[in-house]
Design a binder for this molecule. Structure first.
Ligand code: HEM
Length: 344
């Protein structure tokens, strides 16, 4: 039987940590959608227990409340597993040159735990809920970036035009902004203020003061569950998220056009990965619209969250593939790859 080398073991551990991160993000979204964010009123224990025994602590708890407490605690245990994975990666990384990103991920994880705590102690304040969502995605994205840097194939095949790298970088930026806006939409319970699509309550836009209300953090409330912003503020948030989707679509279309134009210079693998990104993007837009017209079923809302993360990871995969290819010594590449057409 073939025994695993230390590098292979580390690689498997890294993959497992990424899988755990994906699970934690998905479970976190499910917990929020089931309104179980305050399933445990205390932190880090739940009803003063390290393990879920809510019935023991408070015998009057309903089955629904018990379910919410379980959900919240399973999310915390899974997050604990993720922390262990990240710690082990930090300890066992042999290549000492590439530890900076792992150290940064560890720092993000500590901050993420703090936001998890504030989500509970600040009673679902949007300034805790939204950064907690972004934090989960950031940790998963950085783990993936580090994995790609460590283990992705470095085969020198073809040169690739910088316009595609520029498109991918632009897409990365607008996707992050769009995810932040999405997080703000859900943290402020602004999903259902616009029941129609593409208009919102029959209108295409909103006056400036709606946006000021929507993007001013609320303070002084006992709890933020269900949202505390005015209806007008929520309309502005929702419209901003739709506008963000439009900007993302423009950049995505730019990328598709560029990849099509340069298709003869790109590897099949790269083209296939771009096709997957395109499919994910179309699915994400469809899920967003279904969130609205089907009045936010848990299944589509959960998928909308996970596909957003999938989009980020796929852009990272494409970007890391590109940066490795651009490091290639061109004297070793086949002759035809050096014939690069000029584009205006
Ligand atoms: C590239 C496009 C898009 C991305 C990356 C994106 C991303 C996100 C993210 C990350 C969230 C937060 C999810 C959560 O808290 O679990 C969100 C929420 C939301 N998005 Fe999008 N979105 C996109 C397009 C759209 C479109 C086109 C619509 C509809 C017109 C839409 C409607 C919504 C709604 C209603 C929510 C709130 C869901 C909730 O409260 O759970 N999204 N989006």
């Amino acid at each position: 039987m073939k025994t695993e080398t230390p590098v292979e073991k580390l690689r498997r551990m890294h993959l497992l940590t990424i899988m755990t991160a994906l699970f934690v993000v998905g479970l976190g979204a499910y917990t929020r959608l089931e309104h179980a964010g305050l399933g445990c009123p205390d932190w880090p224990k739940c009803y003063h227990n390290w393990f879920v025994h809510p019935q023991i602590a408070t015998p009057a708890l309903s089955i629904n409340d018990t379910f919410k407490a379980w959900l919240e605690m399973i999310h915390r245990y899974a997050a604990g597993l993720l922390c262990i994975g990240i710690l082990l990666l930090n300890i066992y990384r042999k290549n000492k040159d590439n530890t900076l990103i792992l150290r940064f991920i560890a720092l993000c994880t500590i901050l993420q735990a703090a936001f998890g705590m504030w989500t509970v102690t600040w009673r679902l304040h949007p300034l805790a809920v939204m950064p907690h969502l972004i934090g989960g995605m950031t940790i998963t994205a950085l783990l993936t970036l580090d994995y790609r840097n460590q283990y992705a194939s470095k085969r020198p095949i073809l040169t690739t035009p910088t316009t595609i790298t520029t498109c991918l970088r632009a897409l990365m930026v607008v996707l992050w902004l769009q995810i932040i806006l999405g997080g703000w939409t859900s943290a402020n319970y602004a999903a259902l203020v616009c029941p129609d699509f593409p208009t919102c309550q029959g209108k295409w836009g909103a006056p400036l003061h709606y946006f000021i209300q929507g993007f001013t953090a609320p303070f002084g409330f006992r709890t933020y569950e269900g949202g505390v912003l005015s209806g007008n503020g929520r309309i502005a948030i929702h419209i901003a998220h739709r506008f963000g989707a439009f900007i993302c679509t423009v950049i995505m279309s730019w990328l598709i056009t560029q990849v099509y134009q340069w298709r003869h210079q790109l590897t099949q693998q790269f083209i296939r990965k771009t096709q997957l990104l395109t499919v994910l993007f179309i699915v994400q837009i469809a899920l967003g619209i279904l969130n609205v017209v089907w009045t936010l079923p848990i299944s589509t809302a959960l998928l909308h969250n996970l596909v957003a993360l999938g989009l980020l990871l796929q852009v990272i995969v494409l970007l890391t593939q590109k940066s490795q290819l651009s490091k290639v010594n061109h004297s070793h590449t086949p002759h035809f790859t050096r014939h690069v057409p000029t584009i205006n």
